[in-house]
Ligand binder design. Sequence first.
Ligand code: 5GP
Length: 199
Amino acid sequence: MKKKGMIIIVSAPSGAGKTSICDALIKSDKNIVYSVSTTTREPRKGEKNGREYFFVNDSEFKKMVKTNMFVEWAKVHDHFYGTSKKVLEQTINKGKDILLDIDVQGAVKIKKQYKDALMIFITTPSLKILKERLIKRNKDSLEVIKRRIENAKKELTYLPKYDYLILNDKLDKSIQEVKSVICAERLSIKRNKNICGGK
Ligand code: 5GP
C-alpha cells in the first residue's frame, strides 16, 4: 500500500513570521503542497485569487459549508476561513504532504479527524518582541496591534495541543528548524509502520 502524505499544520499569532517560513518551505520541498484556503475577507494588496486564498462572499462561503466542502472552517478576526476537504484528501492519498496554514481552532478540528497530523506552533520569543515586530512592519494601527496581542495571548493557550514550538528569533534558523521537524517526522517509526512490519 502506498504511504499516505502527512498533514502539516502551522499556526502562529499574526506577526510571528509564519508566512515567510511557509513560503520558504514550499519553495524548497517539492513534496509539500500548500493548502489554499477559502476566505470571506477582502484580498490584500498583491494577493491573487487562487494563490494566497480563494476569495468568496459570505453567501458563497455558507453554501460551501452546507455542501460539506470544508474539512474544517472557523471565524478568525471577523472573517470566515475554510480548508478544502477534497484537496486535502487527494493530496495525502497521492503520498504528498499538505501544509495547512490555519488558526488554532482549525488546527484542533483537523487533529480530531486526523490523529497523525503534525502540529507546529510558531511564535516570537516573547509577546514584547511580537508587539515590536507588529509596530515595525507598519501595517496596522495601534488599536489593531493591541487586538492582535490579545489574540496572541489566547492562541498561546492552545500550545499544549501542538507537537512542536518554533521561537522565531532569526528567520533562517526557524526555517531550518521547521525543516528538521518535518524530516524527523517523515523518518519516525509511527509514520513508517508499513515498512517496519508494525511489530
Ligand atoms: P490572514 O487573513 O492574515 O491571511 O489570516 C488570518 C488567520 O486565519 C491566520 O491565523 C491564518 O492561519 C488563519 N487561516 C487561514 N486559512 C485558514 C483556514 O482555512 N482555516 C482556519 N481555521 N484558519 C485559517
